[in-house]
Design a protein around this ligand. Sequence first.
Ligand code: PBG
Length: 327
Amino acid sequence: MDMTQRPRRLRNGAALRGMARETRMSPASLIYPVFIREGENTVEEIGAMPGQYRYTVDRLPTIIESLLKSGVDKVMLFGIPDKKDEMGSGAYSDDGIVQKALSKIKKEFPFMYCITDVCLCEYTSHGHCGVLCGHSVDNDRTLPLLARTALSHVQAGADMVAPSDMMDGRVGAIREMLDKNDHIDVPIMSYSVKYSSAFYGPFREAAGSAPAFGDRRGYQMDYHNKREALKEAALDLDEGADILMVKPALSYLDVIQTVKSSVNVPVAAYSVSGEYSMIKAAARMGYIDEASIVCETAASIFRAGTDMLITYYAAEIAGFIKEGRIG
Ligand code: PBG
């Protein structure tokens, strides 16, 4: 038998596989999304996302402590206000829910790195990501409100802001507002390549942010498109984005790879609510092994080229990395 190459040679035993592995992961690259609601002493499970909760500000230490214990020291904050209005004013109010959560976390856990989702959809009575003009979202009138929201998050203690609204020009508007107020060192992680996706369904239940009419296809991307991802990425870079995000993750691995190979900034991927809920549901039915699927999907997103991953499974993935099961 004349075989000079035998790929199986490098698969012989865990030590060798561990050494020859092409994709490395670290808990340092994981970000966990946290939902914060008004009220007191409440931790409420999200119906469509079993195992995920909405926390009142006073109960945040429970989740922050357990994240830190598992090795995850970065969170992405989402607010669920009590009152909503046409202009989404809860998003940029000094005593808004995210602002209150930031003061609490930064006071008690100064080393927890806090990224905030900057968008109006959780705060508007109509559930759209900007202010309305008739039945469409008015891009340019929304920009100052997003910039105000970002500034107010930073003033409350945010380490990084992440605009997810998909208005044109919002990264530039936010950068200008932060710079004018001497926050030149606060980075922007742009939800740059964000597709209009049914995978956000469970999140909209969690955050009560489903649009009251229509959908988000007028501002989020069409999932048939990939070259358009490069157009969005280039614009956001030009406007001053520090990190570019692709969202969702699992059905968009090709997009992650394409964006990664065409930019010179770090790339993030968001494994969204629907990805979490599908795994959870199938696991609960006994159809798949949850831990194995979580490991394999996380590795696939990093293999596609992401530098960081926002995921509801952050604590579990950090655990699997530490055990040496992946990474
Ligand atoms: C806010 C926002 C959404 C998500 C993150 N930021 C919802 C949406 O755009 O409808 C989705 C996150 C998830 O599904 O886990 N605009």
